[in-house]
Design a protein around this ligand. Structure first.
Ligand code: DGL
Length: 253
């Protein structure tokens, strides 16, 4: 019998930061990664637009034999995961939200949350801060407007200019930064250059562990002993697919 796949989606290459963690602990699964670059940036869309877009992607992933869907996007998770779970009761979803809990668990005192405009303003982030923030902890909300788009286009010069504009101000103040968009770990080095003393935190490892947990819990883990296939689809161009395979190969070294 053909193995069913792990479906992953994001508004572009950001999902690679989660795919790479999945490959470390679940190398023998088959993956279908759907990069929706044509609709990037998600972080500047409305909830209604995002629900339409993500519903179409979920339909695609289900009809392409996926047994679980990983929403490798903070914006899509904070905006639509609840509604997607209500609409598609037959499939398991795992999402990603900004790793504010990780900052809390590690006792950081001055944490920047860098995320898309949508995520920054979302009720989900409000709840996370309410649930996890210590009384003596400061959380600085910073919106990375257009940043995911620049990362998808690999526009390094504009990325660095924008990062300086929005982050330099926190250089002496912050001890940690939560990367609340899956695109941002791909520019961790650029961020480190601007905030050399900040610990960089993101939730990718936790998401991968949750996928493993769900596969085991539902008895749908692939027990094959050989490496699985990775299919990448990009809604904008095949060149972007080639670039993603190259980045992935680089990350796996
Ligand atoms: N990578 C996404 C996230 O985690 C979305 C970026 C965007 O398209 O705005 O939020």
């Amino acid at each position: 019998m053909k193995n069913k796949k792990i479906g992953i989606f994001d508004s572009g290459i950001g999902g690679l930061s989660i795919l790479i963690e999945l490959l470390k602990i679940l190398p023998n699964e088959d993956y279908l990664f759907y990069e929706d670059s044509i609709n990037n940036p998600y972080g500047e869309k409305s909830e209604e637009e995002l629900f339409d877009i993500t519903s179409n992607i979920v339909d695609y992933l289900i009809s392409n034999d996926c047994k679980i869907i990983v929403i490798a996007c903070n914006t899509a998770t904070t905006s639509c995961m609840k509604k997607l779970r209500e609409k598609y009761k037959e499939i398991i979803f795992v999402g990603t939200v900004p790793a504010i809990k990780v900052a809390y668990d590690n006792n950081y005192k001055d944490t920047i949350l860098l995320a898309t405009p949508y995520t920054i303003k979302s009720t989900r982030v409000e709840e996370l801060i309410h649930d996890y923030k210590n009384n003596d902890q400061n959380i600085y909300l910073v919106s990375g407007k257009n940043l995911a788009n620049l990362i998808d286009n690999n526009d390094q010069e504009s990325i660095n200019t924008l990062l300086k504009e929005i982050l330099l101000h926190y250089k002496e103040k912050a001890d940690s930064i939560v990367l609340g968009c899956t695109h941002y770990p791909l520019i961790a080095d650029n961020i480190k250059n601007i905030l050399p003393n900040c610990e960089i935190l993101d939730g990718s490892v936790g998401v991968a562990k949750e996928v493993l947990h769900q596969l085991e819990l539902n008895n749908i883990k692939n027990n094959s002993i050989t490496r699985g296939n990775i299919i990448i689809k990009n809604t904008k161009s095949d060149e972007l697919v080639t670039r993603s395979y190259e980045i992935l190969e680089d990350m796996l070294k």
